[in-house]
Design a protein around this ligand. Structure first.
Ligand code: AHG
Ligand code: MN
Ligand code: MN
Ligand code: MN
Length: 337
């Protein structure tokens, strides 16, 4: 079977479907190229002297891994020169990064998590890169881009996706019309479409949560997980399976392939911060992908994509995956109100 490359797919989207213009096509091509390079560096591991931690902390208060910083720099460098971006923002950069004056500027804003799941890098488990694309507000042309230009709800994203660096390297992408997965052909160096039109099954009996946080959970989450754990003889009448990789990319990828539900809820530790995961680099792009594949994404009480951000590094509770299961968890939250 002759499969489509990412480039062919993007040209089709531009030409016949008119879903994207040439600038967005270039943007996705450059993101894909950056992910290819990052995947290559990760795969060198100890031989490339890229493992381990630095002595620095990022704005999130996390100790940075060497790869967090390396991948961040690679991603900025690979994307800033193309002429299609106005500015970038990242989990690993305190402030936004406007495109330097030596390059032409465009209308798009690129937000990213250079290495998601970085605690897994040193132990050789799957990690990824997550990205989200917004359009700069109309009134932004000709003036300096500021943090407030990035504070748009996720329903304004024009594209989102991730690369996963696992046993295979894949790029999973939405341009707002379905979700498509491309496997990296390492010999050819090209992304080949292997997962056309990914769909999340409505039902599931698999959940993902870090159970070590149980004592911090709020009542609706506690009730939901308790129902699952009671299995066939409990209120659900079926046995549930659990998976937790500590790489959101890997957990979301599993859900896009075979269904499931992922929870990193806001819990009693997060009353001030709102949750652990970042709204703009993690929750919004993953919520767009999951919804585009027929699933749902909520904070428990609100659709993630409708949340109005108030700051760049805002955090939020995330519950996403198979639609029936997410609806059940949201219903438990509304009972609790
Ligand atoms: P990052 O490596 O970008 O900081 O993100 C890690 C996130 C996410 O990928 C994962 O679901 C979660 O943190 C894991 O957190 P715990 O270690 O608390 O389980
Ligand atoms: Mn981090
Ligand atoms: Mn992350
Ligand atoms: Mn990260």
């Amino acid at each position: 079977m002759r499969r489509k490359t990412l480039t062919q797919f993007l040209i089709e989207q531009q030409r016949s479907e008119q879903i994207i213009g040439p600038e967005l096509r270039l943007l996705v091509e450059l993101v894909a190229r950056a992910c290819k390079s990052i995947g290559h560096v990760i795969s060198k591991g100890e031989l490339g002297d890229v493992l381990g931690s630095l002595e620095t902390e990022n704005i999130q208060g996390e100790v940075q891994k060497k790869l967090d910083v390396i991948a961040n720099e690679m991603f900025v460098e690979a994307n800033e020169w193309g002429g299609h971006l106005a500015a970038l923002a990242s989990e690993e950069m305190e402030a936004i990064h406007p495109v330097p004056n030596r390059y032409p500027k465009g209308e798009y804003l690129l937000l990213f998590d250079p290495i998601d799941g970085s605690s897994n890098v040193d132990v050789d488990l799957s990690v990824g890169t997550i990205f989200s694309v917004l359009r700069a507000p109309d009134d932004a042309s000709g003036r300096e881009i500021g943090e407030r230009d990035f504070l748009q709800p996720g329903n304004q994203q024009v594209a989102a996706g991730y690369a996963i660096y696992g046993p295979q390297t894949l790029l999973v992408l939405t341009l707002g019309q379905g979700v498509f997965g491309f496997t990296l052909d390492r010999e050819m160096g090209s992304w080949i479409m292997t997962h056309p039109n990914m769909r999340v099954p409505k039902q599931t009996n698999e959940f993902a949560i870090n159970a070590s946080n149980e004592r911090h959970w709020n009542e609706p989450v506690r009730r939901y997980i308790d129902d699952c754990l009671r299995g066939e003889t409990g209120p659900r009448g079926i046995d549930f399976n659990m998976r937790w990789t500590a790489s959101m990319v890997a957990d979301v990828h599993r859900i896009l392939v075979r269904g499931g539900v992922f929870l990193y809820p806001a819990d009693t530790r997060h009353t001030a911060s709102g949750g652990k995961l970042r709204l703009l680099y993690e929750a919004n792009p993953m919520a767009m992908l999951i919804e585009q594949a027929g699933g749902s994404a909520t904070t428990g009480t609100a659709r993630i994509l409708d949340v109005e951000p108030t700051k760049l590094h805002q955090r939020i509770g995330v519950i996403l995956g198979s639609a029936d299961e997410v609806a059940r968890i949201a219903a438990y939250h509304s009972l609790n109100d």
